[in-house]
Design a protein around this ligand. Structure first.
Ligand SMILES: NC(=O)c1ccc[n+]([C@@H]2O[C@H](COP(=O)([O-])OP(=O)(O)OC[C@H]3O[C@@H](n4cnc5c(N)ncnc54)[C@H](O)[C@@H]3O)[C@@H](O)[C@H]2O)c1
Length: 429
């Protein structure tokens, strides 16, 4: 089947490559000429395990191509997926200008039946808006369907999660769109839930809001653990054994970040308020998360008495391991707070340094973790890359000026770290 993916970012590129991988003919469109030129030269603009090989393989097979010409994509494809960004406005509300722009282009270029699918994360009832906008810009009377197919994949494991998802959500307004979408996804063996468009839009928003809530819940409990001597890892393990609760997303740490949770939660709160409901529960989830990022800075300050003039080594800049995505990464909040308190910051990340350099100045970016540890008064581990889990701890401790280790992801065992001579602080243990 023929697919046009408008927006070739993290989601568009992964989805486009995976649709090609399962046998469809895909054209990925982006208005960023530099990105499309890179892709046409065989260069992958993002770090995502397995993606490069998959893109190259499908380009060679003639199933995947890249263009800046949206008309071409619309003309040749039955499905037009919209996967452009939906960043937050200053008010927190989702900025839908990218989607609106694409809707107008679709309306103008469409000459026969098309299924226009929201892949981007959008507020509930955007599907309805999309239909109106396409109708307005369409000069002829052409039948089309709007559908919602939210994406749940996680960066760092995106390819695998697209091809083996927990579920595929299809929000449709006609039997025809349902049948075609089910056919498109037929090669993927996963439960498929078909709903109306508004429910599909809400499934995505509520899933992210709920996962953020789980993280803030366990982070709040970690404060109680620190006050009582209980161990958050054991508490989470014991809670998670209850099937109604589940162990996933109960890891206390420096808080959630990334391109989705913070922005989607803000948009959800704003959307609820517009609909006349004050979602105070989620406002608190946000507040707990903001506090949590600063708690590691407080721990460093308590261990060192003061931060002014101290050198702090940051391990991990990306918002999570196996990605170079720096959007709303907790490391940014942590580093800004350290710099504000007068600390000197050294930092290392296996994949995100180039992106971080564009966003944060005044940092001594290092080539590896050992260079980062050299001469510092404290280390704060922010992102749990495997490379850090396997570090030579004795070597690290020997090169540090003071052996303060703030483990923002509870990667190490407190007893082992203390036995090695570290002044060790985890989260909630
Ligand atoms: N990144 C994730 O893990 C993830 C997961 C699920 C859902 N989402 C959602 O998917 C959407 C896209 O996210 P992303 O992370 O891929 O963003 P991104 O910024 O990486 O990609 C968006 C792409 O769209 C392009 N674009 C913008 N306007 C365009 C236009 N008018 N025509 C053509 N291309 C245009 C941009 O140049 C960019 O390449 C967002 O709504 C996001 O919330 C993201």
């Amino acid at each position: 089947m023929k697919v046009c993916m408008v927006g070739t970012g993290y989601i568009g590129l992964v989805s486009g490559a995976c649709f090609a991988e399962i046998g469809h003919e895909v054209v990925c469109v982006d208005n960023d000429t530099q990105k499309i030129n890179m892709l046409n030269k065989g260069e992958i603009p993002i770090f995502e395990p397995g993606l490069g090989e998959m893109v190259k393989k499908n380009v060679r097979a003639g199933r995947l191509s890249f263009t800046t010409d949206i008309r071409k994509g619309i003309e040749q494809s039955l499905f037009i997926f919209i996967a452009v960004g939906t960043p937050p406005k200053a008010s927190g509300e989702a900025d839908l200008s990218g989607i609106e722009h694409v809707a107008t282009e679709i309306g103008t270029a469409m000459v026969e039946y098309r299924i226009i699918v929201e892949k981007s994360t959008v507020p509930v009832l955007t599907g309805r808006r999309l239909r109106t906008m396409i109708e307005k810009s369409c000069t002829r009377d052409i039948e089309f369907d709007v559908a919602s197919n939210p994406e749940f994949l996680r960066e760092g494991a995106a390819v695998n999660e697209f091809l083996c998802p927990d579920r595929i959500v299809l929000g449709v307004e006609s039997k025809k769109a349902e049948q075609r979408l089910l056919e498109l996804y037929k090669p993927i063996n996963a439960p498929k839930i078909v709903t109306d468009i508004a429910s599909a839009e809400l499934i995505k928003l509520t899933s992210n809001a709920f996962l953020s809530t789980k993280i803030s819940f366990i982070n709040a409990v970690s404060v109680l653990c620190e006050k009582t001597g209980a161990d958050i890892v054991k508490v989470a393990e014991g809670m998670g054994m209850d099937k109604r609760i589940g162990r996933a997303f109960l890891n206390a740490g420096v808080g959630y970040g990334g391109s989705c949770f913070p922005k989607d939660l803000k948009a959800f709160i704003s959307m609820s308020s517009e609909l006349g409901y004050d979602f105070r529960l989620l406002k608190e989830v946000e507040r707990i998360n903001e506090d949590q990022m600063l708690r590691v800075v407080k721990k460093a300050e308590e261990s060192l008495q003061y931060l002014r003039g101290r050198t702090i080594g940051i391990l991990g800049l990306a918002f999570k391991p196996n990605t170079d995505d720096m959007r709303d990464a907790p490391s940014i909040t942590v580093i800004k707070a350290l710099q504000k308190a007068g600390a000197v910051v050294k930092a290392y990340d296996p994949a995100a340094i180039e992106r971080a350099k564009k966003m944060m100045k005044g940092i001594d970016y290092c080539r590896d973790l050992y260079e980062t540890a050299d001469g510092v008064d404290a280390i704060i581990l922010v992102t749990e890359w495997d490379e850090f889990k396997q570090m030579d701890l004795e070597r690290v401790r020997r090169t540090m000026r003071k052996p303060v280790f703030i483990d923002g992801r509870n990667v190490f065992e407190p007893k082992k770290m203390k036995d090695l001579g570290f002044i060790y602080c985890g989260i909630g243990r």
